[in-house]
Design a protein around this ligand. Structure first.
Ligand SMILES: NC(=O)c1ccc[n+]([C@@H]2O[C@H](COP(=O)([O-])OP(=O)(O)OC[C@H]3O[C@@H](n4cnc5c(N)ncnc54)[C@H](OP(=O)(O)O)[C@@H]3O)[C@@H](O)[C@H]2O)c1
Length: 308
């Protein structure tokens, strides 16, 4: 993310912090960042900093978000925004009360192909949206010390990967009438693979999966009454989308420069320059609502976190 911020004309990497000053200094040197700090508090009180990008482990997002907002800084907070919807709503309310910009770094929602897919469905080009199948999987070898397997920092497939398919289901279908979740677990207790089914009384359905056990992901399919949209993996930064309506099939491609975070960075710049405190491309109410769904799924699979 930092290299993409550095290449953006509207942003400047002003400072970086880590819990060890030497690590922050090494990172700063590697990217030509002028200042580095050995505490997060020093970073948020740097008068030259306008916005803090929080990319710490999930369970620490809440504390670090509030630290940035308390210091009067705008906030871009990595996904999942917080461990729970309740904590998300507290961060959102704090940002709104302070009139500061705040957004979940759900970069997928700013991707041109995902935006195009959303526009196509809203315009009714594939008829009524009836179903969403979405998966994000990424194989990570089991290591109890890795953040993804550590309950203390919010490990597991659902929060790290499943949050993307959940955002897609929310974008295309909205709040379900019921949700059913099943999971498998690592010896540390976090979920290694999860399936969620979101059911709607009118027959619509979302099947959402996320796994730390495989790199082979089927991607995204949005099914409508008159067509479908297929976006192959990786759904968080897609390169291709095929839209089928009747006999017609159109394929669009996108290759973003750098690591693909450009549209998110530009969106943040645009909103802050315009004096706006949120982005309609990643609405804060969606962030909290998606976390409601993940809370619900975690209750069903019996997964809680010490920090919760
Ligand atoms: N948008 C994306 O494409 C994307 C991709 C990967 C990850 N992420 C998100 O970014 C966040 C970080 O992921 P990552 O893979 O970069 O994780 P990571 O390599 O483990 O780094 C997390 C950082 O969190 C900091 N930290 C603060 N308090 C901590 C604590 N109590 N325990 C452990 N670390 C703590 C550490 O910083 P210091 O020690 O330096 O202070 C560490 O460098 C996650 O929320 C993840 O969801 C987003």
């Amino acid at each position: 993310v930092a290299t993409d911020i550095a290449r953006s004309a509207g942003s400047e990497l002003a400072a970086v912090a880590a819990r060890q000053a030497a690590r922050a200094a090494t990172f700063a040197r590697s990217l030509g960042i002028p200042r580095s700090y050995g505490t997060y508090t020093e970073l948020v009180t740097d008068a030259e900093v306008d916005i803090i990008y929080v990319a710490t482990t999930h369970a620490q997002h809440y504390e670090h978000a509030l630290l940035a907002l308390a210091a009067g800084k705008h906030l871009l907070l990595e996904k999942p925004f917080t461990l729970t919807a309740q904590k998300a709503r507290h961060v959102i309310a704090t940002a709104r009360a302070a009139d500061l910009f705040c957004m979940e770094a759900m970069w997928m929602r700013m991707h041109p192909l995902i935006r195009q897919a959303h526009d196509i469905t809203r315009a009714g080009h594939i008829g009524n949206v009836l179903g969403v199948h979405a998966d994000l999987s990424h194989r990570v070898a089991y290591d109890p010390n890795h953040r993804l397997f550590d309950p203390a920092v919010g490990g597991g497939a659902l929060l790290d990967l499943g949050v993307y398919p959940a955002h897609l289901a929310w974008m295309f279908l909205g709040r379900p009438d019921s949700l059913h979740a099943d999971a498998s677990f690592a010896p540390t207790g976090v979920d290694t693979a999860i399936t969620m089914r979101w059911n709607y009384k009118d027959g619509r359905v979302a099947t959402l999966t996320a796994s730390l056990l495989t790199d082979h992901s089927p991607g995204l399919v949005v099914t409508g009454s008159r067509g479908r949209i297929v976006i192959p993996s990786p759904i968080q930064v897609p390169t291709q989308m095929t839209v089928t309506t009747g006999e017609a099939e159109t394929t669009s491609r996108a290759r973003l420069p750098g690591n693909g975070y450009g549209p998110q960075i530009t969106e943040v710049e645009r909103r802050i320059q315009a004096g706006e405190t949120a982005s309609p491309l990643a609405p804060l109410d969606d962030t909290a609502a998606v976390l409601d769904m993940l809370d619900h799924a975690r209750r069903q699979i019996g997964l809680g976190y010490p920090e919760q």
